[in-house]
Design a protein around this ligand. Sequence first.
Ligand SMILES: CC(C)(COP(=O)(O)OP(=O)(O)OC[C@H]1O[C@@H](n2cnc3c(N)ncnc32)[C@H](O)[C@@H]1OP(=O)(O)O)[C@@H](O)C(=O)NCCC(=O)NCCS
Length: 170
Amino acid sequence: MPRVSGWSEAKQCMPVAAGMPVELGKCDIPALVELERLCFSVPWSAKQYETVIGNEPFHLFGIREGQELVGYLTLFASAWEMEILNIAVHPSWRRQGYGQRMLSHVLHLCRKMGIKRGYLEVRRSNIPAQSLYTAFGFEEVGVRRRYYPDNREDAIIMRLDLETDPSRTD
Ligand SMILES: CC(C)(COP(=O)(O)OP(=O)(O)OC[C@H]1O[C@@H](n2cnc3c(N)ncnc32)[C@H](O)[C@@H]1OP(=O)(O)O)[C@@H](O)C(=O)NCCC(=O)NCCS
C-alpha cells in the first residue's frame, strides 16, 4: 500500500530546473498571499498557509521566474485520493503553459505514489480553469449548489481517474 510519507522520495526524483515546479516553504507565504489576492475573490490568508505548509497531507508547489513566484498549486493527498485545493498563475504570466506544467508535475507525482483518484471544485463560470482540467482528463461528477460564499455561485466537482492512461501528464 502506498504511504504518504513516500512523497519526499518521489519529489526528490523530479527534475529541478528554472521554470519547473518546486516545493514551496514558509518563506514563500508573503508571495503566496499576494498571488491569492490577485487571483481569487475569497483569498486564503497567511494564517491558512501557515497551517498547511509542512503539514504532511498538504503539498505546495510553485514556479518561479527569477525571484518572482508566478504560480502555485496546493493539494491534499491521502493514500488513494488527492484533492487540488488551489491553482493559480499571476495574471501577467497566464496562457504560457505554467498552469499546465504545475498540474502535469503534480499528477505525475500522484501516479508515482499510487494515488488512484483526483478531485477538485471549480466555479461554474471559471471556463479557463475547467478547460485546463478537462485537458488533463478531469470530468464533471457533481455540483454543489450555491457553494461559494461571495456570490453563491455553484461549484462543479470534477474527478480524474489516475489509473487511466495519462494524456497530457507525462
Ligand atoms: C486557471 C489558470 C491557473 C490557468 O493557468 P495558465 O498558466 O494560464 O494555463 P496554461 O497556459 O497552462 O493553459 C493550459 C490550458 O488551460 C486552458 N486555458 C487556460 N486559460 C484559458 C482561457 N483563458 N480560456 C480558455 N482555456 C484556457 C487551455 O486548455 C490551455 O491549453 P492551450 O493553451 O493549449 O489552449 C489561470 O487562468 C488562473 O490562475 N486563473 C485564476 C485562478 C483560478 O481560477 N484558479 C482555478 C481555481 S479552481
